[in-house]
Ligand binder design. Structure first.
Ligand code: AMP
Length: 581
């Protein structure tokens, strides 16, 4: 896996991706103010906007009307959609939703693989003023239930392949009135089910997009913390200003670009930088819906002459594993800028990019709650491999202690952001207490540990809590533990993130068994299968260890920290003094 380090790193790193207009980036934006750039948004009326209009429909008055917005790659065929086609399809879907009596702030969820319908449905939902929720296609019935139940979603759009997972929980979801199934063929149809294509038939291509106030809700995503079930992080239409600006200045999207964001819209990157930000810039985007293979990905880069590529460290490491020889079979010369997000980008991956593609991966940092990139290695900046970069202009980031006091340069602490950037979450769904917990002494506390060096570069250290990041997916240990104890053999479960070269972390579960069950490999496999089936395909424990007892606090809470120390061979300390935290 180790990549050969090029000799003149420093010189090369400074040269890469520097475009003359971006050299003065910091200077230009020193006096950056969102108020000043607000005029770049497409306002619908007095102080009213709609993110879907800003992403797509505003281009219909320009030459971009017939520009390809979406290059879609499937297993069987490739398809193309222009901005005009996306606008019309999303209008038809919005009309169909209104016919279903969907109104402002109703929750309409998407549980779809990356098919074209996902993209125009998302835009259509926003156009009606409803809140779009997305769910990753690897979720099992339990994970889906948590999200649909908590949000009180009234509509979910799914595919024939994924529908059986909704069927399993449908009875327990009284708010869920309609299930829209893609395609034209009914499969085991039930009451309250409609076919996507039937709904679209005869709908007008025109729709009066709902005029929204900037802080009206647009979309929501469920995300994990240390405790409890996942929380609904709600974002507004005004997010688009930050997504637009960062797409322009961090991803460096320009008119002639073909851009590929590899993230799934089940996660925030797939929404902010797979839909809203790039299309607001009028960029042609690639979506490759096929299962990952290094060869297919190189082929996509070559075939579509991708110029800007936004991906994630695990994918980069998986490509590294295949070796540079495979990469050399393809013509990757169209690439001019590469970015990475979601998990720590190890310096080796940066060197590998330089060796293989002649370009540096520009790491950036943000999270579901922030709605957009806040810290970045932007083009024109000397990259320090291993650092997340510097705050985007207009963003104030700092390292603070547990009381929210700024720490000295170089000291480790909590990564914190001054609240008020435009894409900051507006609420945690039905949970104002949780929302409040994010803030301390006037700072938004991110949950990450980091440090800042004397040049103002931020360095990621790890999570401040027990949240696991596996292959860039944020996983809450509580969710996994609750799913594990639903298995008939399991009495208790404690879950940790175990460092892994390829996936950043893997999920490791420690379990004690109910009477009558024997620990063996067959049972391990059965538990893993159960977790994939009912919880989530991406969040099952790759490792399981049977224990007679699990370490607990005096009040009976499992001490994940002790399990982690034991796993890593670190001193556990005096357990008897550990109280609940
Ligand atoms: P999510 O909300 O699912 O997007 O996950 C956000 C979390 O991913 C952050 O709080 C970090 O822990 C991690 N993360 C995101 N970007 C980076 C990065 N560039 N380097 C290290 N960790 C990152």
């Amino acid at each position: 896996m180790a990549a050969k380090r090029p000799k003149i790193i420093k010189k090369d790193l400074k040269r890469v991706s520097v475009k003359p207009n971006l050299l003065n980036y910091e200077k230009t934006y020193r006096s950056f103010s969102y108020k000043k750039v607000e005029k770049e948004l497409a306002w619908l009326g007095k102080g009213k906007l709609n993110a879907a209009h800003d992403a797509v429909d505003k281009h219909l008055n320009t030459w971009r009307k017939n520009k390809v917005a979406l290059y879609w790659i499937g297993d069987e065929c490739d398809k193309k959609y222009t901005f005009l086609e996306l606008a019309q399809l999303s209008n038809q879907f919005a009309n169909a939703l209104v016919e279903q009596k969907i109104k402002k702030e109703d929750r309409v969820f998407l549980f779809l693989p990356r098919i074209p319908e996902l993209y125009f449905s998302f835009l259509g939902i926003l156009k009606t003023g409803a809140i779009a929720g997305t769910m990753f296609a690897a979720f099992g019935p339990d994970a889906i239930y948590d999200r649909l139940h908590d949000s009180g979603a009234s509509v979910v759009i799914t595919s024939p392949e994924l529908k059986p997972r909704i069927d399993k929980i449908r009875k327990k979801l009284p708010d869920l009135k309609t299930v829209i199934v893609t395609g034209s063929v009914k499969v085991n149809s039930r009451k309250g089910e409609v076919l996507f294509n039937d709904m679209m038939k005869g709908q007008s291509r025109n729709f009066k997009t709902k005029e929204m106030k900037p802080k009206d809700k647009a979309y929501m995503l469920y995300t994990s913390g240390t405790t409890g079930k996942p929380k609904g992080v709600v974002h507004t239409h005004y997010d688009i200003i930050h997504q637009y600006m960062t797409s322009k200045w961090v991803l460096d999207l320009q008119e002639e670009d073909v851009y590929w964001c590899t993230a799934d819209p089940g996660w925030v990157t797939g929404i902010a930088y797979g839909i809203l930000g790039p299309w607001a810039n009028g960029t042609s985007s690639v979506v490759d819906a096929r299962r990952f293979s290094a060869e297919k990905w190189y082929d996509t880069l070559e075939k579509y002459r991708v110029t800007v590529w936004y991906t994630a460290p695990t994918a980069i490491r998986m490509m590294m594993k295949e070796g540079s020889k495979l990469a050399k079979k393809f013509d990757l010369s169209s690439l001019r800028h590469m970015c990475s997000v979601g998990e720590p980008l190890n310096p080796e991956a940066v060197y590998w990019g330089l060796n293989t593609m002649g370009l540096v991966f520009h790491d950036n940092w943000w999270q579901t709650e922030t709605g957009g990139i806040l810290i970045a290695n932007y083009p024109g900046m000397a990259v320090k491999p291993g650092s997340m970069g510097k705050p985007f202009p207009g963003i104030k980031a700092a390292i603070v202690d547990e009381h929210g006091k700024i720490k000295k340069t170089g000291k480790e602490g909590n990564l914190a952001i001054k609240p008020g950037w435009p894409s900051m979450m507006i609420e945690v769904w039905k949970n104002p207490v949780k929302y409040k917990e994010y803030f301390k002494n006037g700072w938004y506390i991110t949950g990450d540990k980091a440090k800042v060096d004397k040049d103002g570069y931020f360095w990621f250290i790890g999570r401040a809590d027990d949240v696991i990041n596996t292959a860039g997916h944020r996983v809450g240990p509580f969710e996994v533990e609750s799913a594990l104890v639903a298995h008939p053999a399991i009495a208790e479960a404690g879950v940790i993130g175990k460092p892994d070269e390829m996936f950043g972390e893997i999920i490791k579960a420690f379990v004690s068994l109910n009477k009558g069950y024997k620990p063996n490999d067959g049972l391990k496999k059965d538990i893993q299968h159960f977790m994939k089936r009912y919880h989530a395909g991406h969040a099952y424990p790759k490792e399981i260890e049977f224990r007679d007892n699990l370490p607990k606090t005096r009040s009976g809470k499992i001490m994940r920290r002790v399990l982690k120390c034991q796993e890593l061979g670190l001193p556990v300390g005096d357990i008897s003094t550990l109280e609940d935290d």
